[in-house]
Design a protein around this ligand. Structure first.
Ligand SMILES: [Zn+2]
Length: 245
């Protein structure tokens, strides 16, 4: 069997770029075979057995050539494929504990992202399935769970690089809506009249700003202050701002 070079990330050096022999000693599905070699099924785009496209449940029962292809970016999660016949209606994420900062940055860019340091692997898999969410994580083992269909094993180390990685992998450039969600609750922000929240503002904020937004859940107030300016600059340099109208 052979893996696309994109899988070198998951394979030990001795296995990279080589045709691997896999003994048919038990009736293992292709998913099990691929994952026993270290590659989570969520990273696989197409599998071919003797040239024929097959799905994860396929059990090779005769010697043959297995090719494992990666997912070509941009990955359109809204289009059905043999490996993922039920596409997602919209792009929503769940961030594992090791990429919570990435999750918050994606929320800042307007994406629907849930995540908590208290989520267990079981909870993440369950929510990925029940809420049709794309799992973002640096934990390769988590992604071997069957309930997780759409995911990205994050490669970049720094949160801003990770944002660019996710946006490019899922083809989300131009779909960002900076400053539209609460970074605490993931709720869409609503405009709020300054007069309604006057007593909650610091004197300086009261003096210099006129437009305010509020989270309907935690009631936190947001305004486009100095922090907003700095973030805009960073997102602009990454080509992520401005986004959609
Ligand atoms: Zn909130």
């Amino acid at each position: 069997m052979t893996f696309d070079p994109v899988f070198d990330f998951f394979l030990p050096d001795r296995r990279q770029g080589k045709a691997l022999a896999y003994p048919l000693i038990r009736s293992a599905s292709v998913k099990d075979i691929i994952e026993s070699l270290g590659v989570p099924h969520t990273e696989v785009g197409v599998i071919r057995f003797n040239g024929q496209e097959i799905d994860f449940a396929f059990v090779p029962d005769a010697p043959g050539i297995l090719h494992i292809h990666g997912i070509d970016a941009p990955f359109d999660v809204g289009s059905p494929s043999l490996l993922r016949p039920e596409p997602l209606g919209r792009v929503r994420f769940i961030a594992d504990v090791n990429v919570l900062k990435l999750g918050r940055l994606l929320i800042l860019l307007g994406f629907d992202v849930t995540g908590s340091s208290t989520f267990t692997d079981d909870q993440i898999a369950d929510m990925a399935e029940s809420e049709s969410r794309i799992v973002l994580t640096r934990d390769t083992t988590l992604l071997k769970r069957r309930k997780i269909v759409f995911a990205r094993r994050i490669r970049a180390n720094l949160p801003y690089d990770q944002v660019a990685e996710v946006v490019d992998f899922f083809g989300l450039r131009g779909q960002t809506a900076f400053f539209s969600r609460c970074t605490r609750c993931n709720q869409p922000l609503k405009p709020v009249a300054k007069t309604d929240i006057l007593q909650r503002l610091e004197p300086r904020t009261k003096k210099y700003y006129t437009d305010f937004y509020q989270c309907p859940e935690c009631l936190k107030i947001f305004w486009k202050g100095s922090h907003y300016e700095a973030m805009t600059e960073t997102f602009t340099s990454l080509g992520l701002f401005p986004g959609k109208e």
